[in-house]
Ligand binder design. Structure first.
Ligand SMILES: NC(=O)c1ccc[n+]([C@@H]2O[C@H](COP(=O)([O-])OP(=O)(O)OC[C@H]3O[C@@H](n4cnc5c(N)ncnc54)[C@H](O)[C@@H]3O)[C@@H](O)[C@H]2O)c1
Length: 239
């Protein structure tokens, strides 16, 4: 495939390496300094675009790809309030759009176990749920997109919970999601259920960014030639 890379930072570089390893070609690389090159003419030379930029630039970049008729895979997080509008635009244009707050296969297995565990914990009233996520210091959004996905799943399963907050909390019906920023951490998420006598933890630790990059390239291969809005459940199916 001929791939347009939008954003050539930490993730863009990892995606390029994974794409080349899978015999794809990077036909267009756009970062802040040459963003004027994100034109319909340049995009039309590509089969698919992969976007990893920032919370403020993601939606605009996706719209440009949809307007040019190019399928787009987006990994940027922190812009969820515009997601439904972007999906609507994709449907109207009969385009193709893939979004995941986390492209790692391991994290997506972890997400499913989190939901199952939350459903089980409904029947174990003595346990207080909480979450912690740790990322590198340059991360622009908090909590992470993955932490939001984990929290929303816990909210939907745990009848006790009324809301989640991005800070420590002792309130019974509130899920505390604590965000920590430490140098060099690619992404660690831990869900904890604590009682007076014990605790259960469920953790995912990313050792590097390769897992995210491979998932994004697999999503690009999956979305080519398709129409509609897709996510990791479409890519991974029922396992
Ligand atoms: N979905 C996932 O699996 C996943 C995994 C890791 C990171 N992320 C997210 O991906 C995004 C990028 O992460 P990163 O670690 O690569 O960040 P980064 O800061 O290292 O790279 C972002 C790059 O985008 C460029 N950029 C900014 N505005 C642009 C624009 N308008 N057009 C083109 N390029 C532009 C920046 O110059 C920079 O090079 C973040 O939102 C992060 O949270 C998602």
């Amino acid at each position: 495939m001929n791939i347009a890379l939008i954003g050539y930072g930490k993730m863009g570089k990892e995606v390029a390496a994974e794409a080349l390893a899978r015999n794809h070609h990077i036909s267009l690389t756009v970062d802040v300094d040459n963003r004027h090159e994100l034109t319909p003419e340049n995009l039309k030379k590509c089969d698919v675009a992969i976007e990893f930029t920032s919370p403020h630039t993601a939606a605009g970049n996706i719209r440009r790809c949809l307007a040019a008729g190019i399928p787009v895979v987006c990994g940027s997080t922190g812009w969820l309030e515009q997601l439904e509008d972007v999906k609507r635009e994709c449907e109207e244009r009969k385009g193709a759009f893939f979004y995941a707050s986390n492209y790692s296969v391991g994290v997506n297995i972890f997400l499913r176990i989190n939901k199952m565990l939350a459903a089980m914990m409904n029947f174990a009233g003595a346990y207080r749920p909480s979450m912690e996520e740790v990322h590198h210091t340059e991360k622009k959004d908090a909590p992470s997109g993955t932490a939001v996905t984990l929290a929303e799943a816990m909210m939907s399963e745990l009848k006790l919970l009324k809301k989640w907050v991005n800070q420590a909390s002792d309130t019974e019906d509130v899920l505390p999601v604590v965000s920590l920023r430490k140098p060099g951490v690619c992404g660690t998420h831990t869900v904890k259920y604590e009682s007076d006598v014990d605790y259960i933890t469920l953790s995912h630790v990313a050792k590097n960014r390769k897992g995210f990059a491979l998932g994004a390239v697999l999503a690009a291969e999956f979305i080519r030639g398709k129409q509609g809005c897709f996510g990791m459940n479409d890519l991974m199916g029922n396992f």
